[in-house]
Design a protein around this ligand. Structure first.
Ligand SMILES: [Zn+2]
Length: 151
C-alpha cells in the first residue's frame, strides 16, 4: 500500500522523500504544535487510518516531537477488543528548530521544518473509508454474532 500524501487542498506542502511499503519520510510546512496536530488529522482523513499518541516526549532539539502508534496496535485504545490486531505501524512527527545552525545543515528546514516518518506495514485493512469500523478478516467470525449496535 502507499499513503495519500497530497495535502495541497489542506494548505500543506509535503515533500515526499520516501513512500515505500514499510517506510515513509515526509517533510512538511507545519511550524507549530497546532499545525502538526492538524497535519495528523489530514493524514487520518485522507488515509482512513488513525494513530494514537504512544508516549509524550520532550526534546530540546525540536519544538514538537510526538510518537504515535496505529490505532489497531494500541492496546489502550477504547474498544480495543473490537479492533486490536497488534499492528506495529508507528508514526513520528517532529518539528525542527529553525536556527542558523539547523538551516546550515538542512536547507529545507526554513520552509518545511516538520518531518514525518512512518514505519511498518499495517496488518489490517486500510483501504476502506470505514476502515476504523471494519473488523479484521481473521476476527469476522469471532464477532459476527455480537451486537454491533454500539459502533
Ligand atoms: Zn495499522
Amino acid at each position: 500500500m502507499s499513503y495519500n500524501l497530497d495535502f495541497t487542498d489542506e494548505e500543506f506542502s509535503n515533500i515526499v522523500l520516501k513512500n515505500e511499503n514499510n517506510e515513509v519520510h515526509v517533510r512538511t510546512n507545519a511550524f507549530d504544535d497546532n499545525e502538526a496536530w492538524r497535519w495528523k488529522e489530514v493524514f487520518t482523513k485522507k488515509n482512513n487510518i488513525s494513530f494514537n499518541v504512544q508516549k509524550l516526549s520532550k526534546s530540546v532539539s525540536s519544538t514538537f516531537h510526538e510518537k504515535f502508534i496505529c490505532i489497531f496496535g494500541d492496546k489502550h485504545h477504547k474498544g480495543v477488543r473490537q479492533i486490536y490486531t497488534g499492528c506495529g505501524v508507528k508514526m513520528d512527527i517532529k518539528i525542527k528548530l529553525i536556527t542558523k545552525a539547523t538551516c546550515n545543515k538542512d536547507k529545507d528546514v526554513r520552509a518545511h521544518p516538520c518531518t514525518v516518518i512512518i514505519e511498518g506495514v499495517h496488518n489490517h485493512h486500510t483501504e476502506s473509508a470505514s476502515a476504523l469500523h471494519q473488523l479484521p478478516e481473521t476476527r469476522d467470525a469471532l464477532f459476527q454474532n455480537f451486537d454491533l449496535g454500539c459502533w
